[in-house]
Design a protein around this ligand. Structure first.
Ligand code: C5P
Length: 223
């Protein structure tokens, strides 16, 4: 049986995970958050006080780590690292600030990409990340590059944080987002960029609902 897949790539805060999760729910497919995997390794490295530039140690750490994802009926995803629920811990600002350093290491990426491909072998998947359409699943049936202006992305992030009771100034969030974009786009291995055959959607002035509708309309004709 050949499996179907949809790749959604794009910069931080463009709405990838919200859109991907809603699409997965509608289609009944498995949602895989590849960013969460890089975050889990980063969390473990920070806890161990490892030097994030030491590629050999980080690759070994990735290899020895067990990362699992479960999706409940409401399509909320939980992430487990060696059996521990790290769903909240991997979203801490400390992890967000360091994850791009870990994700730029080719040895770490090799381990993660291999596991991501394995996950897509047994089920129909919607996978979101930075290199899903370009590297992980180049044969995905539909590739989307979801982007938005840095201001729009920072504003959404600010609202998310506000909802969790944190007030963070907008200009600080814009600077953090711009720095992560810069690191993710300029790295030599698997940089953030649209696949040549990706459908680029700018969500700056679109709601999640509108983006999901646009994609669903196209998916109906295709799978
Ligand atoms: O998607 P999220 O913002 O959680 O991803 C966190 C970080 O993980 C990104 O900024 C990027 O450095 C890295 N990442 C990656 N490749 C992916 C997914 C995420 O390099 N496929």
């Amino acid at each position: 049986v050949s499996r179907q897949s949809i790749a959604i790539d794009g910069p931080a805060g463009a709405g990838k995970s919200t859109v991907a999760r809603e699409l997965a729910r509608r289609l009944g497919w498995l949602y895989i958050d590849t960013g969460a995997m890089y975050r889990a390794i980063t969390l473990k490295a920070l806890r161990r006080g490892l030097n994030l530039k030491d590629e050999k140690s980080l690759e070994a750490l990735a290899r020895e780590s067990r990362i699992e994802m479960t999706t409940d009926p409401g399509y909320a995803t939980r992430i487990y690292l060696d059996g521990e629920d790290v769903t909240r811990a991997i979203r801490e600002p400390e992890v967000s600030r360091h994850v791009s350093l870990v994700a730029r290491l080719p040895g770490v990426r090799e381990v993660m990409v291999h596991r991501q491909r394995e996950m897509a072998e047994s089920k129909n998947v919607i996978m979101d990340g930075r290199d899903v359409g370009t590297v992980v699943l180049p044969d995905a049936g539909l590739k989307i590059f979801l982007t938005a202006s840095p201001e729009a992305r920072a504003r959404r992030r600010q609202q998310d944080l506000q909802a969790q009771g944190h007030h963070v100034p907008l200009d600080l969030l814009i600077r953090e987002i711009a720095e992560r974009d810069r690191l993710d786009s300029s790295r030599p291995v698997a940089p953030l960029m649209p696949a040549p055959d990706a459908w680029v959607i700018d969500s700056s002035n679109l709601s999640v609902e509108q983006v999901v509708e646009m994609i669903t309309a196209r998916v109906r004709g295709r799978f």
